[in-house]
Design a protein around this ligand. Structure first.
Ligand SMILES: [Zn+2]
Length: 394
């Protein structure tokens, strides 16, 4: 159990972070607040990188493994503030819950990680073997794993703990996500004489029908590699009396372990090749969507929207060490997978770093009106992270 004073510290920090609005690309205020906390609690290094991720570190007196706690500090926007029971940036406590945007996703976890590292450093007088890092990562919502690349190159961690909500269960994998663009090129004509053109919407409609017939890939643990159409856009728009010359559909593809950019596109390309051979008027293309976002530091962050899946085995020694330690402290974590995407896509999926998720609160509170975190989950997370440090440092 945390002391009352330590409980208050984590609650207070969570409230502070929630009171500072930090939509993606506007995380500077929260990074500044965290920097103040890290300096006050005597962290050895506090840095902000080119994208605005804040990276803080406590070094033990002896060399050893580097543990990185990852929490994104951006949130999704509040769209209907008037529907909230309590102010979305108030951080108010009612009936044992802290309310506000980002409480569950995931400023509560960041506060718990920061306090756990600070408390561990204080209790040991830094007489331990290894280094403890916390990264407050920007631009996770809609661009998961991209800013995390800069963090892992700079820190080179041996272990990563993702703090996304898991109700204090241990998550050892997730499906990844790819955003696929299907484009069809037609030929414009006056809609009074449509036979002189090639209507890109009619053409894409047939391709979409055929894509729906493709069987999804499947994984025994992670489920299906779902491919779902999420939007469609024709051009010119509005198409006043014009046969559209272009149409683009976007697909969300959930990625299983081992699927690569190439293996995911291959069946779609084969389908297009077959259809184009049958219909000489059809010109179609598939590719990954490219994302580009602005950072509060003034830099741009960009990349293809392909974030791989990952999965560890429950009997991996690092997983067992963590679960064993948590159990010895009275917690009873289940070992499962995340249902959504996290920065683990980069750490585990791209960089192959030993990664697991452990965070306070329920994942279905993320992005909701009246988002909250239970105080018990928040303080429980701080205890769990302390135990994780003990388990991984050995
Ligand atoms: Zn999140």
């Amino acid at each position: 159990m945390l002391t009352k004073q330590r409980e208050q510290a984590v609650i207070h920090l969570c409230q502070k972070l929630v009171q500072i609005q930090s939509y993606s690309g506007e995380e500077g205020g929260v990074a500044g607040e965290l920097a103040g906390f890290f300096r006050e609690r005597g962290f050895d290094e506090v840095k902000v990188n080119e994208y605005g991720c804040i990276i803080a570190c406590v070094h033990g007196k002896h060399p050893g493994p580097k543990i990185l706690f990852d929490g994104h500090i951006d949130t999704v926007p509040v769209t209907n503030a008037e529907e909230w029971l309590h102010p979305p940036f108030g951080g108010e406590i009612h009936d044992g819950r802290i309310y506000g945007r980002g409480t569950s996703d995931m400023k509560g976890a960041v506060a718990a990680m920061a306090c756990a590292i600070a408390d561990f450093a204080q209790d040991t007088g830094c007489d331990f073997s290894g280094s403890l890092y916390l990264a407050g990562v920007v631009h996770e919502e809609c661009f998961e794993g991209v800013a995390a690349r800069s963090v892992s190159t700079q820190v080179k961690p041996d272990y990563v703990v993702i703090g996304e909500a898991s109700q204090l269960n241990v998550k050892i994998g997730q499906r990844g996500r790819g955003e696929i663009k299907l484009e069809v090129f037609g030929k414009p004509a006056h809609s009074a004489n449509p036979e002189k053109g090639i209507n890109a919407v009619y053409k894409i409609a047939r391709v979409i029908e055929e894509i729906r017939k493709l069987a999804p890939t499947e994984h025994p643990v992670l489920g299906k590699g779902i491919l779902e159409l999420t939007d469609i856009k024709s051009s010119p728009y509005p198409g006043a009396s014009v046969v559209p010359e272009y149409c683009m559909a976007t697909y969300d593809r959930r990625l299983l372990v081992g699927e690569t950019k190439e293996t995911v596109l291959a069946p779609l390309q084969a389908l297009l090749d077959r259809m184009m051979a049958e219909d000489p008027e059809l010109r179609a293309k598939v590719s990954y969507a490219h994302g580009e976002e602005h950072c509060y530091t003034g830099n741009k962050i960009e990349g293809e929207r392909f974030f791989p899946g990952w999965l560890y085995q429950p009997d991996e020694p690092f997983v067992q060490a963590v679960v064993g330690k948590l159990e010895s402290k009275g917690f009873s974590p289940e070992i499962t997978q995340y249902n959504f995407c996290t920065n683990g896509s980069h750490y585990a999926g791209e960089a192959g770093i030993k990664t697991f998720g452990l965070g306070p609160s329920r994942e279905n509170l993320a992005h909701t009106i009246n988002e909250y975190i239970e105080v018990d989950q928040l303080t429980g997370a701080a205890e769990c992270y302390y135990a994780v440090i003990q388990a991984l440092l050995g």
